[in-house]
Design a protein around this ligand. Structure first.
Ligand code: SAH
Length: 413
């Protein structure tokens, strides 16, 4: 163990005193990247990559375009505009890109047209399933060899897909597997959307656990896969439009069932609040004090806890949508009762009923020695928040045994 602690080693004290002391004051373990080297700036700060490296983007796909743009594209290809609607119906309603299934399109030129508008974007490399078949992790290869993952989860009455928005991530959070390799590139709108369409296809084929009814599909989307969605703002917003726009413009999903999760890019949170799209907003806070959050979430060096909470609160005021605070509980690092009390105080200062807290026991990442908080500590943390009137629910993370849980997506082949 190389993590520093601020309290003296309890073993050097008489046992009774040490126990009494430990009960009152738990040690403070400080974050250090274990088992890998965190990239740093010349000044020694963790490196933040906001801009995607300038690399080739994937070929344009129908899902990159709005319906008007698709109609313009059809015209450009010498076709009547209504062909755009037909092609959109195949993709967004029937989840197919198979020319043989498109009998409403003239046979001559059909294959070429389909090849042009539906270039294959995601190639399945591997699929891991939990024993009960209700959780599936996909590993996808993109056109340039970049690897990303998505995780599909069946719950009673809903099916959630956790999507990636970037290949890699530039936010460099020391406890998250994705950040460790840095940012490869932003994903295109269609690469994001196609994760959902591929999942719908698989569900329709009966491959996700036991079906509850016949016309099942992804009902909920969380931007909690690889990447920082607000660092790829435009493409992510276009993808959200494809999710919520009615068929055949898009998939016709409900905006409130789509969750955008961020480390706290404050100007982008404010922009999101102005979009007039009532998506669910989640802030990955993980610490209520800047001293610790500066280390845990490097972007905190740009936008502090209070600025991020102000932006989250304004999101609630503008949209009326209750905000989620994500909080990974890490043993002796951020799980102290005083931190729960401080978090409650900061949330209550901004009002009541606008927020709920979602603690997540830390998931192990490769090479890391950080551990999840003990059960009674989790309980104490939750009860401290609840006693202060803050609705709090422990997140049940899925897919741990297939490394598909939060923070475990690293996309190695
Ligand atoms: N970049 C976005 C979305 C991706 S991560 C964000 O940070 O919000 C989705 C959630 O998983 C975030 O709250 C993230 O902090 C959390 N997470 C990352 N690593 C984790 C780990 N090892 N255990 C539990 N949660 C983790």
């Amino acid at each position: 163990m190389t993590s520093e602690t601020r309290t003296p080693n309890p073993e050097s004290q008489p046992p009774a005193r040490a126990a009494a002391r430990a009960a009152q004051e738990r040690p403070q373990v400080l974050p250090t990247a274990e088992g890998w080297e965190q990239q740093r700036t010349p000044e020694g700060r963790p490196l933040l990559q906001f801009a995607s490296p300038r690399v080739k983007q994937p070929p344009q796909h129908l899902a990159d375009l709005s319906l008007e743009e698709r109609q313009a594209k059809a015209k450009e290809l010498g076709l009547p505009a209504f062909r755009a609607k037909q092609l959109s119906t195949h993709y967004f309603q029937h989840w197919t890109t198979d020319p043989a299934a498109m009998s409403d399109l003239p046979k001559a030129g059909r294959e070429e047209l389909v090849a042009q508008l539906f270039p294959p974007l995601l190639t399945e490399v591997r699929r891991l399933k939990t024993d009960d078949g209700n959780t599936i992790k996909f590993l996808w290869r993109l056109f340039d060899g970049a690897l990303v993952e998505s995780v599909l989860m069946r719950y009673p009455g809903r099916i959630t897909l956790c999507v990636s928005s970037q290949a890699g991530c530039g936010m460099n959070c020391p406890f998250c597997a994705t950040g460790q390799a840095g940012l490869t590139r932003n994903m295109s709108t269609a690469e994001i959307v196609d994760q959902v369409v591929a999942a719908n296809r698989l569900i329709a084929a009966g491959e996700l656990g036991e079906k509850e009814h016949d016309d099942e599909r992804v009902t909920n989307i969380v931007f909690m896969g690889m990447g920082e969605p607000l660092a790829n703002y435009k493409r992510v917003m276009n993808a959200v439009h494809r999710f919520v726009d009615p068929v055949p413009m898009g998939l016709g999903m409900s905006a409130r069932n789509i969750t955008v999760s961020t480390v706290g890019l404050v100007p982008a949170i404010r922009k999101l609040a102005d979009e007039d799209l009532p998506v669910t907003f989640a802030l990955s806070l993980h610490a209520p004090d800047d001293e610790l959050r500066d280390e845990l979430i490097p972007v905190n060096n740009r936008w502090k806890v209070d600025e991020a909470l102000d932006a989250a609160h304004d999101y609630y005021v503008k949209t009326g949508r209750r905000v989620s605070i994500e909080y990974a509980l890490i043993k002796d690092m951020n799980d102290h009762a005083w931190r729960a009390a401080l978090l409650a105080k900061k949330l209550n200062q901004r009002g009541r009923g606008w927020v709920h807290v979602n603690p997540i026991p830390l998931n192990p990442t490769p090479g890391s020695i950080w551990t999840s908080s003990e059960r009674h500590v989790q309980q104490e943390f939750i009860e401290t928040l609840r006693a202060a009137g803050v609705p709090t629910t422990l997140r049940d993370t899925r897919g741990k045994e297939i490394d598909g849980a939060c923070g475990q997506l690293a996309a190695a082949e």
